[in-house]
Design a protein around this ligand. Structure first.
Ligand code: DC
Length: 226
């Protein structure tokens, strides 16, 4: 049997991490895990239950009531995020969640809760996980680490197009502010800030098509698997 590896993809918001990760997972027959969806699901739970994120005790207590699960949807051919048995894949993509998620993801207890589950998912390797701290904290020994970047303007446009399809009231200004705010919090927080792992390979996709990115990443995969 071919050697299975762990592939981590970290980078700024809206860099196309999940698009590449899904395609690699499909090609290799690996599991794809969207770690950001877990932080978004926790944020949704906190919002719905009015959890005061400044209150550590309340946060710890709330985490005990959260069960996260990825369930494969044969129609979309992707795993979707479930919170306490409810499919929340669609609602967590909303700007309301995006506005709060970076603050929630900066909480130490929240990260410990999510990282422990993420590490378990990689037990058997054969996994592609994207996020912000996957190559640095979750799987520091991963065989292939990719760090994705793209120009800000390109990222804003991509995210705007995605959100506009669901909500035509969204403005480019809102999307731009949200991306800048999240990048700032994600890369400046105390616990596991977004940073490029020393041994990560950088993929700047500002001027690359999805196909070109995929080809480049597959070259790296082949080199690591052999
Ligand atoms: O990838 P995303 O935009 O869905 O992630 C949502 C937020 O979750 C992002 O602003 C930062 C946080 N996050 C994180 O802190 N660590 C991860 N491994 C993944 C996401």
């Amino acid at each position: 049997m071919a050697k299975k590896i762990i592939i981590t993809i970290d980078g700024w918001s809206s860099c196309g991490k999940s698009t590449l990760a899904k395609r690699l997972a499909k090609e290799l027959g690996y599991i794809y895990v969207d770690s950001g969806a877990m932080y978004r699901a926790i944020t949704l739970y906190f919002l719905r239950n009015n959890i005061d994120i400044e209150d550590k005790k309340e946060v710890k207590q709330a985490l005990k009531s959260i069960s996260l699960e990825f369930v494969f949807n044969p129609n979309s051919q992707h795993s979707e995020m479930y919170l306490n048995g409810e499919n929340i894949e669609y609602v967590i993509r909303d700007l309301i969640i995006a506005e709060k998620v970076s603050d929630v993801a900066a909480i130490k207890e929240v990260r410990e809760f999510a990282v422990a589950q993420q590490q378990k998912m990689g037990d058997k390797k054969g996994i592609v996980m994207d996020g912000r701290d996957i190559g640095t904290v979750v799987f520091p020994k991963a065989e292939l680490k990719i760090f994705m970047t793209a120009d800000n303007a390109v990222r804003v446009e991509r995210r705007f197009k995605e959100l506009f399809q669901k909500n035509p009231n969204v403005t480019i200004e809102e999307v731009k502010n949200n991306l800048e705010m999240r990048d700032y919090i994600d890369s400046n927080r105390e616990v596991s800030p977004l940073k490029k792992a020393k041994d990560a390979l950088e993929l700047d996709n500002t001027n690359l098509t999805e196909e070109q990115q995929f080809k480049k990443a597959m070259e790296w995969v082949r080199a690591r698997k052999s």
